[in-house]
Ligand binder design. Structure first.
Ligand code: PAD
Ligand code: ZN
Length: 368
């Protein structure tokens, strides 16, 4: 039996259960003993109903651990390997994977919607009943079963907490800048929302060769952190219209590329509003299902020729991007230790949600 933090109902604190039975991995699945798990805003979004959840469910999708057992047919990892969990298991054979868009993998989407693994069923039970797993992962658990395509091996000398963060916030944020957007040398970038994901957009933009990087948040601590991650200017959105402020900083033109990393209709509109004519608006934050955005079709789109692009998992090819990010971390170009504001026990996960809502932390990371 093992321990996990379980969502039992919308907006209810996660419950620590110690009676979790974890099945042996089925074919093409692996059992991972979790080393660490970050607490991402998307976990909170499942809990508060922004994203659809089917409790009882083990939340957590930003994790890393050690392979403890492999199912039949597993060839890419072996027992003892250190692995990052990919919450988009990229099957490699579906329509999207064949077109090098594995982050949109059809089978991963079906798993996400079902709350199970690739066959739609979960591998954990508690109190004799099945427990669903967020995004075919469920990293708020000492042990989890995930698809083989949902793990990526990393070097043993990298801290589990750092590797866990790569699994979501880092892949998504740096990927938004390095994969989804097309940043040219010297481009002016604006980033609205400088949390765990937004800070990675900032450092991804810096590595991609951006010139000015304008960080926008309502929290001064976050704006301070943003500077450490590469922002060259900041705008406190609580002190006046951020669009007007960015316009003023860019000769009335707007940013070449603007990113939304919160998930609110109002900040999505601000992001598009502060994008220059011919520029790119990249939408990363996950809004509530019923959020609608309206745009002036002629002035806002046709005449201004803006590109508005969604971003899922940083448009990442996890098998290529995880090793790339580890290399950038080892060379000192990517700051990952600095993202860990707090190291906590699984039992403190609800406090981590509180800290996220008050904006105190870049990331709280559970260490098992
Ligand atoms: P976070 O809570 O750590 O950061 C959000 C930041 O936004 C905080 O610093 C807030 O202070 C700031 N903020 C809130 N409201 C405003 C506002 N009105 N104006 C300016 N700043 C504001 O979250 P996170 O970084 O973990 O996640 C950010 C979003 O990204 C969230 O919606 C999450 O669900 C989403 C996400 N998307 C993907 C993807 O694949 N698209 C992956 C991972 C996370
Ligand atoms: Zn996440």
């Amino acid at each position: 039996m093992s321990k996990a933090a379980v969502m039992v109902g919308q907006n209810q604190p996660l419950v620590i259960r110690e009676d979790i039975e974890v099945e042996a991995p089925h074919a093409n699945e692996v059992k991972v003993r979790m080393g660490a798990s970050g607490v991402c805003h998307s976990d909170l979004s499942m809990l508060n109903g922004t994203m659809f959840a089917m409790p009882p469910i083990v939340l957590g999708h930003e994790g890393a651990g050690v392979v403890e057992e492999i199912g039949e047919g597993v060839t890419t990892v072996k027992v003892g390997d250190h692995v990052v969990i990919s919450w988009v298991p990229q099957c490699g054979t579906c329509f999207f994977c064949e077109r090098d868009q594995g982050y949109l993998c059809e089978n991963a989407m079906a798993a996400l919607a079902s709350g199970g693994l690739l066959d739609g069923t979960p591998r954990m039970t508690s109190d004799g009943k099945p427990l669903m797993q967020m995004a075919a992962s469920g990293t708020f658990s000492e042990v989890s079963i995930v698809p083989e395509s949902g793990v990526v091996k990393f070097d043993d000398d990298v801290d589990m907490r750092v590797a866990a963060l790569i699994g979501c916030g880092v892949l998504t944020g740096t990927g938004a800048a390095m994969n989804t957007a097309n940043i040219r040398k010297g481009d002016t970038i604006a980033v609205i929302g400088c949390g765990g994901v937004g800070l990675n957009v900032i450092q991804g933009a810096r590595i991609a060769g951006a010139g000015e990087i304008i960080a926008i948040d309502m929290n001064e601590t976050k704006l301070q952190m943003a500077k450490e991650f590469g922002a060259t200017a900041s705008v406190n959105a609580a002190q006046g219209d951020p669009v007007a402020q960015v316009m003023e900083m860019t000769a009335g033109r707007g940013a070449d590329v603007a990113f939304e990393v919160i998930g609110l209709g109002s900040t999505i509109e601000q992001t598009i509003g502060m994008t220059r004519r011919g520029g790119q608006s990249i939408l990363v934050g996950v809004p509530k299902m019923d959020v609608m955005v309206t745009l002036p079709a002629f002035l806002g789109l046709v005449l201004s020729e803006k590109t508005i692009k969604g971003c899922w998992y940083g448009s990442s090819n996890v098998q290529k991007d995880v090793p790339k990010l580890v290399k950038l971390y080892k060379s000192g170009e990517l700051k990952l230790d600095e993202l860990i504001s707090r190291t906590i026990a699984l039992e403190e996960v609800n406090e981590a949600f509180d800290a996220m809502e008050t904006g105190e932390v870049a990331r709280s990371v559970i260490k098992y």
